[in-house]
Design a protein around this ligand. Sequence first.
Ligand code: UDP
Length: 341
Amino acid sequence: MGGFGLRRAERICYNRIVMNIFLTGGSGYIGSVTTELLCDGGHEVVVFDNLERGHLEAVDPRARLMVGDLRDARCVRDAMRAVRPDAVVHFAAYALVGESMQNPMMYFDNNLGGGLHLLEAMLQTGVRKIIFSSTCATYGQPEVMPMTETLPQKPTNPYGESKLMLETALRWEQERRGIQPVFLRYFNACGATEKYGEDHEPETHIIPNVLKVALGQARAVPVFGDDYETLDGTCIRDYIHIVDLARAHILALEKEVAGPFNLGTGSGYSVKQVIETCREVTGHEIPVEMSPRRPGDPACLVAGAGKAREQLGWTPVRSDMKTIVQDAWNWHQRHPRGYRS
Ligand code: UDP
């Protein structure tokens, strides 16, 4: 198989191992910040991205950008051959649950089909290691909290299913041809760095939607349901700062690990608590508009994140709600219209 060990050993400089990373989706929210942190650490990053939903401005200028589409098998194979990376970090995917319910094929074509082309290109080039951006949506709506990696995976939408199917393909190629896949199953990604933040169109996530109200771009934030069986009736989620998420990818690259890791803090915040923290940070009153439940929203999703702590040595350091909101607020104030600002 490929020269993973050899090339790594050759490029040790200043007692540090410099990795050559093929990173898909580096113009997106989590991909941009992971690229930033990898570049900060002196690693070489090639971003492979079709720029369909991401932003050119979000691609760290220290990385090399290859514009291409994962659905084009030849394009992926040629890019992988040209780069011959030590490892792949795979973010590029569609990620809207609602859209996946409307158009499942679109999700299987891009997330699964594109992912399989990437896997094939790795096998042909002899690249073994892949850090795959997976999701807690692969578990569906478990009864047991907190959620550990051993829970059965029963996704309730095509988005989660498409991610699970690629996990499955990677697992089989781990057994058969020595691929070394790491599945990072994210809980609720949020926050920002000084340079890169959250800019989706349409925006569906709670924190940027609340901050839009504080910026005067919306009158009130809808609260989707206050009759859940939770302490204050609103849904509980495990919010994790993207800097902490990005750090987990780097640890997974550096360590000899494989398999699934849940990335969350292990504590949950309700929608009302999130809004309250946004009020404190922004000083804005943030009116709310009680709205019906959003279809498919589970009442509570909280990670059991012990495995990532033990095996990756990962500890979230920026994921208390106040820091998350402060970082997001700083970014949104500087970019009130997102990357177009
Ligand atoms: N939510 C809300 N108003 C919004 C956006 C989201 O009340 O404008 C709620 C949503 O119903 C869920 C929680 O906030 O209970 C987190 O939603 P988000 O879309 O941020 O993440 P998800 O958990 O759906 O991936």
